[in-house]
Design a binder for this molecule. Sequence first.
Ligand SMILES: Cc1ncc(COP(=O)(O)O)c(C=O)c1O
Length: 407
Amino acid sequence: MTLDVETIRSWFPTLQKQNIAFLDNAASTLKPIQIIEAMTTKMKYQYTNVHRGVYPLASKATEDYERAHETIADFLSAKPEEIVFTAGTTSGLQLAARLLEYNDMINEKTHLILPKDLHHSAILPFYRAGVGKRSKIILLNLDQKGRPQWTRLEEILPETDNAIIVAGHVSNVTGYEAPISYISRQAQKHGACLIVDGAQSVPHLPIDVSSLNACMLAFSGHKMLGPTGIGVLWIQRDLAYSLEPAYGGGGAVVDVKPQGNSLEIEWLEPPWRFEHGTPPIIEAAGLEAAVKLLKDVGMKNIAEYEEKLIQALYEELEKIPGVNIIGPEPGERRGLVSFIAESIHPDTIGMELGLRGVAVRTGMHCAGPLHHSLGLEHGSVRASVYIYNTLGDIHRLVRELKDILST
Ligand SMILES: Cc1ncc(COP(=O)(O)O)c(C=O)c1O
């Protein structure tokens, strides 16, 4: 299937019912009928808990839930045992930090390298773990376009023997696409562990984790047509087998035996040892349907289509007097353009655009370090695209913005 935007738009009840230019996709995307139906069917006819019952309905639910891992593994060129379902990127990155901390991979000898363009969900779990363990924390500064000084890795990494690098693959404010191959080469050369926040990249780009050379990558289902309440933490296979779970519970163990006053715990194999408790069963059906849909449309098609929208959005915004775009040129960014207008508060712009049927996000976008580093104390306005947006949406945003700025 090629990207036929009119057909794609017909899948989204919100777009059928409302005359809206929905440009808040970096926060969360709209939901197509295929995902709604997959989840409804699961709830209506195929629902039981998984990995527990032995009756046919339960066996089928378990089979479906395990197949969802395989579908997502295939989407990322990963192995099914590397796919851990979480509640989203935030919980995936919390789990990542906690796992490294619990397994003594974050300790007083660790260098934690954290660029200042990270989302709070990526910077806080690792920063706080590092502070707790008295690690050496290195915050990478940003240039005027909000790009982290990644080349500093060449001076920092040779002096380390246990470094952890956290990279935001695509920034949710500048749209900057980090040089992930360069970062992973540096990490590999010096034995560092690379953790990738893929919240803004996995929904928009073809991702092949088999050649990423990273330790872990996290993303959210709800930013890629899927439901809220589910995300993925990909953990590289050898690492996954070597890690003891940081959280125990039902669904994570084969058996627990009392040995006098202690417990002998036999953990399940990955990924199940990391999925404690009843998992997101209905959401897994939704995420699997979303991934199948994205695969049918084609991630390469999506990336190319969005590139054209972003080029147009950038060029149009650049021409408006008093508007300042945050971040690099279109060739270095993906999926979104954030800006400020000299004369009006970002929230006012967002509210005015909203009244005119244009949905954008305003504020600090959970990226305090980035906004403060760039002197953007009032935040910014962010327009972000997805597969159902058109050039018409971009023109509408620009037209309404010009009107707001001129009154
Ligand atoms: C770059 C980035 N990381 C992490 C997150 C957190 O994602 P979630 O709220 O789905 O956990 C977001 C969400 O906006 C994001 O844009």
